[in-house]
Write a protein of this length. Structure first.
Length: 99
């Protein structure tokens, strides 16, 4: 099933891929994307204590642990380093709810 993509979107994607990979001489959008994806797919997995972990899963684990921290009053936020007046960091909450 083919998905209809307008020319403006195709041009934006091509411009982004050319910006990311200026040395590639590809003209086909799908081939450019495959090359771009293959170069980054290697970095999406890494080893932790002898086992391979998917980066997004690792990020989710770290974020969950950060949320489960019991922060002491008047300590520093482990994410952004801001001084805490309460048991949660308002700076991180305003930035996007890290804690």
């Amino acid at each position: 099933m083919a998905v209809g993509i307008d020319q403006v979107t195709i041009d934006k994607i091509r411009q982004y891929l050319e910006y990311e990979e200026p040395r590639e001489e590809q003209t086909d959008l799908m081939e450019m994307f495959k090359v771009w994806w293959a170069k980054r797919a290697v970095s999406s997995f890494f080893k932790v204590e002898g086992r391979t972990v998917w980066k997004q899963r690792w990020v989710a684990i770290v974020e969950r642990e950060r949320r489960n921290l019991t922060l002491q009053s008047r300590s520093r936020c482990p994410t952004c380093g801001a001084k805490l007046a309460v048991r949660r960091c308002l700076a991180c909450d305003l930035r996007g709810g890290v804690l």
